[in-house]
Design a protein around this ligand. Structure first.
Ligand code: CP3
Length: 332
């Protein structure tokens, strides 16, 4: 939490995106018994996988187990998991958009509040708990494409052809995102991270026109904790992420951290080891980690993380070695 506020710390804190996930046997054993959606909605099991992963690797923070598209269910979307999330009734027209429900996240996503409360009570008191949400662009692209996408054809077609419909959809998704962030901060999370995983498919000018005002509006409505603003895919968006707000900017693995810090001019940063480094041998892995610490520099305000979610092929021993290394190497 000190690093998030840009205050000096005795060593660089570290946690990893997707630290509870398929690379870990304890997680796979639970997933063998329940579906992804059942796991997300079961506070006992969500707490168990969150706390087990954090304790196993010795991370300095825990991120609550859930997933980005769950909030789409109370908005009227039919969600299942195949390879990734699938939406079976995507929106493509203004009429479709007008049918999107305004959810009451407090009651309709109450499992999240319960998971956070329970996880908070089972974590060591000095370990911050993070909540998270999908950013409006990333959630809108799931609503429109119906799943993952390579080119975002339908999403961009709607933006270009019907900007009013696009902004209406973005408003419809942004209001519950802000509510959901505040709900999470009121239920035991000390910080919330916004994931804009697919924003990198836009130029800064496109992002500025179609996405920026919505992200800025969301962050303005959030209070009661730290906000981490993270987007992947295009470091040219960093000045706009900074301007949209957040206490910390998440940095993906496509830019060196010294360059990112220069752009962000003193704002705390989180990142940005390439997740593939964890697939390398121990020596090269730790060399890459050392490089990240060096490029982060001596200014306070760095939280070590990956530049994207951990890959399922990652050996757990490498993750434990990484966390230990970051603690030892940065200890001053
Ligand atoms: O960081 C965490 O551990 C918190 C939980 C979390 C998950 N996904 C769990 C998950 C978070 C914050 C996410 C973020 C997420 N989800 C993103 C943004 C980050 C990123 O990686 O870009 C996106 C785009 C999603 C949507 C999503 N969920 C996809 C595309 C997939 C399939 C591909 C993949 O990497 O697995 C998922 C599935 C998912 N989300 C799993 C987990 C643990 C695997 C589900 C399983 O057990 O089968």
């Amino acid at each position: 939490m000190k690093a998030c506020r840009g205050e000096p710390v005795p060593y660089t804190p570290v946690w990893l995106m997707r630290q509870a996930g398929r690379y870990m046997k304890e997680y796979r054993d639970i997933r063998a018994k329940v579906s992804m959606i059942e796991l997300c909605k079961n506070p006992d099991l969500a707490t168990e996988v969150t706390v087990t992963a954090r304790n196993r690797i010795g991370a300095d923070a825990a991120i609550i187990f859930s997933d980005l598209p769950l909030i789409l269910e109370p908005m009227g979307f039919k969600l299942t998991y195949d390879e990734g999330p699938q939406i079976h009734n995507p929106v493509r027209t203004l009429e479709d958009i007008d049918r999107v429900r305004a959810p009451d996240t407090n009651s309709e996503m109450s499992f999240m509040s319960e998971s956070l409360r329970q996880t908070r009570s089972e974590l060591p008191p000095d370990i911050p708990l993070l909540g998270f949400v999908g950013a409006p662009f990333t959630l809108a692209s799931y609503m429109i494409e119906g799943g993952g996408s390579r080119n975002y054809e339908y999403t961009k077609k709607l933006m270009f052809n019907e900007p009013e419909a696009w902004h209406r959809l973005m408003e419809k998704v942004s209001a519950p995102i802000a509510d959901y962030m505040n709900q999470q901060l009121a239920s035991g999370a000390q910080a919330v991270q916004i994931f804009d995983s697919w924003a990198g498919c836009m130029t800064p000018s496109l992002y500025h026109r179609y996405v920026f005002p919505h992200v800025k509006g969301i962050i303005e409505k959030v209070s009661g904790g730290i906000v981490i603003n993270f987007a992947t895919g295009n470091p040219a968006l960093l000045p706009l992420l900074d301007a949209a707000g957040g206490d910390v900017i998440g940095i993906d693995y496509r830019i060196d951290l010294d360059a990112a810090r220069k752009i962000l001019d003193g704002k705390p940063v989180q990142g940005n080891l390439d997740p593939c480094a964890l697939l390398a041998e121990r020596g090269p892995l730790l060399n890459e980690a050392r490089k990240v610490l060096e490029l982060a520099g001596d200014e306070p305000g760095h939280i070590f993380n990956l530049g994207h979610g951990i890959l399922k092929e990652t050996p757990v021993d490498n993750v434990i070695a990484l966390v230990d290394f970051v603690h030892e190497e940065s200890n001053t």
